[in-house]
Design a protein around this ligand. Structure first.
Ligand SMILES: [Zn+2]
Length: 122
C-alpha cells in the first residue's frame, strides 16, 4: 500500500521525509502557528468587545439611581446590541430566564419589550 502523501499545513506542498512532519520547514511551521494564534486572538478580542459593548448598552438603559429599565428590541438593535453574546443566564424559580453580560442582564418580555436589570447575584 503506497504511503499517503502528507501536505504542509501552511503552504500545502507535499512533504518529504518523516511521516510525522506537518510542515516543510521551520518557516512554514512558524508562519502557521503565528496566524493560528493571531486568528484565535482576534476572535476572542472581538467577542470580548461585543460583550463589553452589550454590557454598556444595558447599563445606559437603566435610569440613574434605578435598578431596572425597560426597553424595546428595536432600541437594543439600534444601539448595536448583539443578542448572541452573553456571559451567563439566570433562571428564576418561575422559569423566567435572564441573559447577562457581566453584571447587567435582560429579560425578554412580551411584544418585543425587554426588562433590563443590574445583577444582584454574582
Ligand atoms: Zn510549507
Amino acid at each position: 500500500m503506497p504511503a499517503e502523501k502528507k501536505h504542509c499545513l501552511n503552504c500545502g506542498k507535499p512533504i518529504q521525509g518523516r511521516m510525522d512532519k506537518k510542515f516543510c520547514d521551520d518557516q512554514c511551521r512558524n508562519s502557521y502557528n503565528y496566524h493560528q494564534y493571531a486568528d484565535n486572538n482576534n476572535l476572542v478580542r472581538r467577542i470580548n468587545y461585543s460583550l463589553k459593548r452589550n454590557r454598556n448598552i444595558l447599563e445606559s438603559l437603566i435610569p440613574a439611581g434605578e435598578d431596572l429599565g425597560k426597553t424595546t428590541k428595536d432600541k437594543l438593535l439600534q444601539e448595536g446590541f448583539k443578542f448572541k453574546y452573553q456571559t451567563h443566564t439566570y433562571e428564576t424559580k418561575k422559569g423566567a430566564v435572564y441573559y447577562y453580560c457581566y453584571d447587567y442582564g435582560y429579560l425578554p418580555l412580551e411584544g418585543d419589550w425587554y426588562l433590563v436589570v443590574r445583577n444582584k447575584e454574582q
